[in-house]
Write a protein that binds this ligand. Structure first.
Ligand SMILES: Nc1ncnc2c1ncn2[C@@H]1O[C@H](COP(=O)(O)OP(=O)(O)OP(=O)(O)O)[C@@H](O)[C@H]1O
Length: 675
């Protein structure tokens, strides 16, 4: 540890000296030397940044091999001035034995040591003797149970990296090859999120060039969850990863609203694709229903039926409407020409080219066009659907009257977009097409001035308004709706994937529909590999027993993990009559008894009220969340308000209760209404 920190001191001074020097000699150096220096400064800065990001656990492991060699394993790799390994990065091949060696297959390792430190001080050591027969006589073996010790410690508001105690079944998934789809399933607390993040760090370390370019996207359920996991990757020196909640996948929109379960179910269904496609084909709400043009003494008129026919024909070509605006202009002009032909006589001899050019350049024609075939903006198109009759026209045969009512109401009352709306907005972007960029008139190019000149419409291009990534990690994947799978799928059409989830915790009512959408989203991936994690590292066995009870009979017992850590502390179930007081008392008790965070979990509908109940309990360790917001989260103690209310909140209520009950690491109190 001393040698590592001494070397770090050197690296820090070198980085600073290099930075200073670069400003002094910036002008004189050759481009190559400047480049090399920039790379070195950048690297040193990154290392220092990663060290500053997390104080603990820089050096966490040591392997002693049968041939007498020893290596130290760390959160990052550090070399001495001779370029020898002082500390091996946990992702390097040399470190894999730290996670993979077992007494049955020691891989040359005699002793594996887990070191716990705080900054530069070693505070604990825990050894595994893997090959006693080959151990030298004087080898000391100290303590055991590094994993158990780590699991028993209080958690804070941020998930920590688990590099020191990754278990073999987890390591297999972390180090699996990159390509295709890697699917990791397992019950609550089996480390799926931790494994997915460590896998992202591992893949970036192994193939920075490939993955670093287009980057890695991690999608999770909520902003609270994203913030909970946000420190894990930076603590391993990885910054080139975008963490986005499902409501934040689009660049220009951050939606946090949550629909009631029935509305969310309709908005998430793949039937919405058809509804949105039809919505784009309806005339805009204030579209004119007559076009009237004076042309050389004659009135040319296109009436409602004519306009309807033209609109229908344009849409039947299948091009996105925003890419068909010139085609719409052409079609109108052509229809006007057909009307003009009908008036032709000895005095009025219209000429097609002339008519099209002349009317096509008139300002009133453009005014008409811009209201009749306006640019379509996804959010505006969705807002138009708050009109129930308009929505009913778009939703013909796709949605029931009740469903139409729910959606129209949700958009009429909209103060903020909901998470489920984001996938619809993204779908509309693709269906509507991006607006053609303004052409810049170049001096040497012929100006395109007339509609006739412009008939060669730009060919349909894929809308370029979303990012694609090289690797996409989807956490809590069991909860993605079909529409969300489509949205996320677009961001990784050439990507490799890590998909993490637990079907038992699903709050999506139609798993088959979601499975089809998911298959489509991942259709370009050829290989699929699956890993199942079976040990629950979060809950004490006593707490998990209560959680498992919520879904026994609803799911296969084989789909539930094993919780191995016992604390001897049974969860408390209490019947109450005086709600606010009872909740306040229970919350205060848990705050006194637990060291870290206390999560109060209630239904989505009641969370505001419960927050008010507890506003007088003063603590920065208390969090009140609704059932959906608790997804993926972890607290040292949990206070669950009224389990029956959670069950009746949605069609997947038992599963929601299972999720809520499996959030606590140490203490659980359940409050039920007393009879
Ligand atoms: N090998 C390990 N060493 C130390 N801690 C671990 C290990 N594996 C998992 N944990 C801890 O167990 C807890 C649960 O992990 P995580 O949140 O990744 O589980 P999960 O499977 O995603 O759970 P859920 O399905 O409930 O969201 C976390 O605190 C994590 O740090």
């Amino acid at each position: 540890m001393d040698r590592v920190y001494a070397r770090l001191g050197e690296l820090r001074s070198e980085a600073e000296a290099m930075r200073a020097k670069s400003y002094e000699h910036g002008q004189e150096a050759t481009p190559e030397a400047l480049y090399e220096r920039d790379v070195m400064v950048h690297h040193a800065n990154r290392t220092l940044q990663a060290l500053d990001a997390e104080a603990e656990g820089l050096v966490f492991g040591r392997l002693d091999f049968a041939d007498g060699d020893a290596v130290h394993v760390g959160r990052l790799g550090i070399r001495d001035p001779q370029f020898d390994n002082l500390l091996v990065d946990w992702r390097a091949p040399l470190a894999s034995a730290f996670y993979q060696a077992t007494p049955e297959e020691p891989r040359g390792v005699v002793r594996r040591r887990v070191i716990r430190s705080s900054r530069e001080t070693v505070v604990d050591i825990s050894d595994d003797l893997l090959d006693p027969e080959r151990a030298p006589e004087d080898m000391r073996v100290i303590g055991d149970g590094a994993l158990m010790a780590s699991l028993s410690r209080a958690r804070g508001d941020s998930m920590r990296n688990i590099v020191a105690t990754i278990q073999k079944e987890q390591d297999d998934a972390i180090r699996a090859p990159e390509g295709g789809v890697t699917e990791i399933t397992g019950g609550p607390g089996t480390g799926k999120t931790a494994v997915a993040l460590h896998r992202a760090a591992y893949l970036l370390y192994r193939d920075q060039r490939r993955l670093g370019g287009a980057g890695v996207l991690v999608v999770g359920p909520s902003p609270v969850f994203m913030s909970y996991i946000s420190r894990v990757l930076p603590s391993m020196g990885e910054h080139n990863v975008e963490l986005r909640a499902l409501g934040e996948v689009l660049d220009d929109l951050s939606a946090t609203g949550i629909d009631d379960p029935r509305t969310a179910e309709v908005k998430g269904s793949s039937r919405m694709v058809q509804v949105l496609r039809r919505a784009l084909r309806l005339p805009p709400p204030d579209a004119p229903d007559e076009l009237r043009m004076f042309y050389r003494g004659v009135v040319l008129k296109l009436q409602a039926d004519d306009l309807k026919r033209i609109r229908r024909r344009l849409h039947s070509k299948g091009a996105p409407p925003n890419r068909s605006r010139m085609r719409a202009a052409d079609a109108l002009l052509e229809a006007l020409w057909n009307k003009a032909k009908q008036f032709a006589d000895a005095d009025f001899k219209p000429d097609r080219e002339q008519l099209i050019t002349e009317i096509g350049e008139r300002i009133e024609f453009h005014r008409f066009l811009v209201t009749w075939w306006p640019p379509l903006y996804p959010m505006q198109v969705l807002r138009w659907l708050s009109d129930p009759s308009r929505l009913a026209r778009a939703a013909r045969r796709a949605l029931s009257a009740e469903e139409i009512g729910l959606l129209a109401k949700s958009w009429a009352e909209v103060e903020q977009w909901t998470v489920a709306d984001v996938a619809l907005i993204d779908e509309l972007r693709v269906l509507a097409g991006s607006l053609p960029k303004r052409r810049r008139a170049r001096a040497d190019s012929r100006e395109l001035t007339t509609w006739a000149d412009r008939t060669a419409e730009q060919p349909y291009q894929r809308p370029d308004n979303y990012d694609e990534y090289s690797h996409v990690v989807v956490d809590e994947s069991q909860d993605l709706s079909p529409m969300q799978w489509r949205m996320v799928g677009r961001r990784g059409r050439h990507a490799s994937w890590t998909i993490v989830g637990d079907p038992v915790q699903s709050s999506w009512p139609d798993p088959d529909e979601a499975a089809r959408a998911r298959q489509e989203a991942l259709s370009s991936a050829r290989t699929h590999r699956r890993f199942t994690l079976r040990t629950n590292y979060r809950n004490s066995a006593e707490i998990f027993e209560v959680a498992a009870d919520a879904v026994r009979g609803v799911v296969d017992a084989g789909d539930l993990p094993n919780a191995v850590r016992t604390t001897g502390i049974e969860p408390v179930v209490r019947e109450v009559r005086q709600w606010p007081e009872a909740a306040r008392t229970a919350a205060s008790e848990l705050l006194d008894a637990a060291e870290g965070t206390v999560g109060v979990i209630t239904t989505m509908a009641r969370r505001g009220e419960v927050r008010d109940w507890l506003s007088t309990v003063e603590s920065d360790r208390l969090r009140v969340v609704g059932s959906l917001e608790a997804k993926g989260m972890e607290y040292d103690a949990v206070l669950l308000i009224d389990p029956d209310e959670l069950i009746s909140e949605s069609s997947t209520g038992r599963r929601a209760l299972y999720v809520a009950l499996s959030r606590a690491t140490q203490l659980l109190t359940v409050l039920k209404p007393g009879s």
